[in-house]
Design a protein around this ligand. Structure first.
Ligand SMILES: Nc1ncnc2c1ncn2[C@@H]1O[C@H](COP(=O)(O)OP(=O)(O)O)[C@@H](O)[C@H]1O
Ligand SMILES: CC(=O)OP(=O)(O)O
Ligand SMILES: [Mg+2]
Length: 402
């Protein structure tokens, strides 16, 4: 029997999302999430796709190694364990691939060393991705492990967008350039948006707004990324859950010289204690909307700053692309927060974009248009599926040799 199943691991800084898929028809067999890894209140939520049965397990899970072993245990209970002969490969999300990785790559020792070398530019993500790879390798040393990089989709950016305005020799020596992240999602969502419009990706220009806890925008011209809001690290660009996004780099010198903060303190401040959380003490958009509804001014200002930045990027990418066919909202906030979509597009009628309040308020699982029929630019909600995209790329790489 030919093995056709792919297990996908999407390790975040404190979470592990996973899906087991059968790639004959890309159907899901099981999926789940381990949250708050490293805290006392960790939770594993495991769902068996066929029956829809969900099991939850609460209690401390110390690190990503323990998380993956717990997930393996849950899968084994359903007869879907990692020891199954039906398992073809394990696909891993790796956030930073630098300039080196432009394609999905079968992991060997050299690949691991390179991902390790990139830790300084993805300190929240690459260590977790590496733990996932190492644990999976230890559990099934015989299986191909495939790394799918967040940065890969953005390697088509022209130098004018990818370079910072600093001495290119210095930039090259330290590999300082704009890499961009969430690429697997931007690739998938831009393609799905074209499909929603009944077009081939090569026929349309799309602005993708990936608004999760981390958030980034991209300008996709005829299927190729030409600009994106994240840079050397996932800190640049939009206001995020806990990250500041863009600021004058001199803020850092100022906090060091005048505020007496160390580089590590500033790094932690900007990555973990800024963004929505820094502004109002909450990083979850649901909580922020609830507070706004109760008249909370601090939450309202945080929301306004978030929207203002988002709008600036939408405007910038109109200019970068020249002609825009669609704006797609995706990820946790983009897919669920109707007020964010409404506020981000409000006032863009002159650019041809508008949101129909009624369509915008309808909840749904699939990709859908939320712009009025008369709008020149389609505005859409397009759910992302990084795990499906990673499974597809993993299968394309190792399935044919099986
Ligand atoms: N129903 C909802 N309404 C508004 N925001 C939501 C909703 N559900 C999730 N979110 C937002 O989505 C975020 C998580 O998005 P997600 O794409 O899962 O992020 P990540 O992959 O970075 O963990 C939450 O922090 C929250 O702000
Ligand atoms: C790169 C990045 O920001 O990822 P996430 O949104 O999963 O934190
Ligand atoms: Mg995410």
């Amino acid at each position: 029997m030919t093995a056709t199943r792919v297990l996908v691991l999407n390790s975040g800084s404190s979470s592990l999302k996973y899906q087991l898929l059968d790639m004959r028809d890309a159907s899901r067999l099981a999926l789940g999430l381990v949250e708050r890894i490293g805290e006392q209140t960790s939770r594993l939520k495991h769902t068996v796709a066929g029956s829809g049965e969900t099991r939850e397990q609460d209690g401390p899970i110390a690190d990503h190694d323990a998380a993956l072993k717990a997930v393996a245990g849950e899968l084994a209970r359903d007869g879907l364990g990692l020891d199954s002969p039906d398992l073809l490969a394990i696909g891993h999300r790796v956030v930073h691939g630098g300039m080196f990785f432009t394609e999905p790559t079968v992991v060997d020792d050299g690949v691991i060393t390179e991902i390790e070398r990139l830790i300084p530019v993805a300190p929240l993500h690459n260590p977790a991705n590496l733990t996932g790879i190492r644990t999976a390798r230890a559990l099934r040393p015989d299986l191909p492990q495939v790394a799918v990089f967040d940065t890969a989709f953005h390697t088509t950016m022209p130098e004018s967008a990818a370079r910072y305005a600093i001495d290119p020799r210095l930039a090259d020596r330290y590999r300082v350039r704009r890499y961009g992240f969430h690429g697997t999602s931007h690739a998938y969502v831009s393609r799905e948006t074209a499909r929603l419009l009944g077009k081939d990706p090569s026929e349309v220009n799309v602005i993708v707004l990936h608004l999760g806890n981390g958030a980034s925008a991209s300008a996709v011209e005829r299927g190729r990324c030409v600009d994106t809001s994240m840079g050397l690290t996932p800190l640049e660009g939009l206001v995020m859950g806990t990250r500041s996004g863009d600021l004058d780099p001199a803020v850092i010198f100022h906090l060091a010289r005048v505020g007496g903060m160390s580089m590590d303190e500033i790094d932690t401040l900007l990555n973990k204690r800024s963004g929505l959380f820094g502004l109002c003490g909450d990083n979850d958009m649901r909580e922020i909307r609830r507070r706004i509804d109760e008249g909370d001014q601090e939450a309202a200002l945080a929301f306004d700053i978030y929207i203002h930045r988002l709008k600036k990027y939408i405007g910038a990418y109109f200019a970068v692309l020249g002609k825009v066919d669609a704006i797609a909202f995706t990820a946790g906030v983009g897919e669920n927060a109707a007020p964010v979509r409404q506020a981000a597009i409000a006032g863009l009628e002159g650019l041809g974009a508008a949101v129909d309040p009624e369509l915008n308020s309808v909840r749904g699982d699939g990709a859908r248009l939320i712009s009025p029929g008369s709008a020149r630019v389609a505005v859409a909600v397009v759910p992302t599926d990084e795990e499906l995209e990673i499974a597809t790329q993993t299968y394309a790489l190792v399935g044919k040799s099986n």
